[in-house]
Write a protein that binds this ligand. Sequence first.
Ligand code: PLP
Length: 394
Amino acid sequence: MRRIYMDANATTPVLPEVVDAMRPFWSDEFGNASSIHQPGQRARTAVDRARASVAALLNCRAAEVVFTSGGTESDNMALFGLLAPGDHLITSSIEHHAVLHAAEELMQRGVEVTFLPCTPEGVVEVAALEAALRPNTKLVSVMLANNETGVIQPVLELADRAHAAGALFHTDAVQAAGKLALDVAGLGCDLLSISGHKMYAPQGMGALFVRRNVRLKPMFFGGLHERGRRPGTENVAGIVGLGKAAELARKWLSDDVSSGMDSPQGLAALRDRLEQRILGAVAEAGINGGGVSRVANTSNLYFDHVEAEALVIALDLKGLAISGGSACQSGATEPSHVLTAMGLSEARARASVRFSLSRLTTEEEVDLAVELVPAAVARLRELSPKRQPLALSR
Ligand code: PLP
């Protein structure tokens, strides 16, 4: 069976160029980057080069990049590194759990936390932030692109308001890195998180941009790695992979329309084709967050009277991998906190699925998905107990 992967927001494939760049650091070049002998120095040079590449992607200084184990650690480092009891944190109700659950834990430790609402399109509004700022607001953390809907947040405006009130600004850019041009100066943020496995580098690898002069309490204690901000022997191969992925992302983002489908514009065209054709073939369906700016690869669609989980499984059986809009926690499937924050009914949130294309997605794959999805939805609707009375009353 032909397998089609449309779950790039969960994880991306590691690009062959990234694997090639990493390979020597698992074998011949196995040195510890802290050792002073030559193998160690070669590892150090590779780490430095990767740091420069990530800095180029973010348009910051190399010394402002801290390598971490991924997006979750970067987010936690930003929040726990800055906030102490008595401080006020403002974040949003549509953040990833890496921020939301960290904020809840901070609340237990005496930090005041405000969760900003969002509009029905999934945008966190500047006016809501302005109303929430307090004299003791130390940090505002709002993501750049939402992982479920792809909706882009007005980070520059939010950061401006935070700064005007004397607070620092962090953005979780995990779902924006490699999809949007990221310029920490242009975005106005003091801290920014990225994750390797959302941008064609390996899982378990990430980075946090920390603006010069922003002091973070370390989360771990040990050696002086990463300028004492994140002790622990560097994951040299992972760092090299992230550096290579950052280089490739920069090149991809700078390609213009002339480079065809393998460009940001090409990806957006594929996503739009997927949406238009599916919605053209299925009634009682629509886009969550479709009326505002989104990253090019993400499409969150609802199909009323269909359980997302059943649709994900039905499509998986046909070879198409997508994801449900709900998270499975402690055995119970909860409707997505993002979609419910947008005001979707629980039923519609449970009827929503996410398609997230990758830079490797082809037009042919989109066309196959466009055949599979309406057929699976129709089949599930036939079986839907909620649909039975309607069918019988006709
Ligand atoms: N932030 C966002 C927006 C994400 O989508 C994810 C992962 O899905 C994370 C943070 C966590 O990143 P990681 O899986 O690298 O820990």
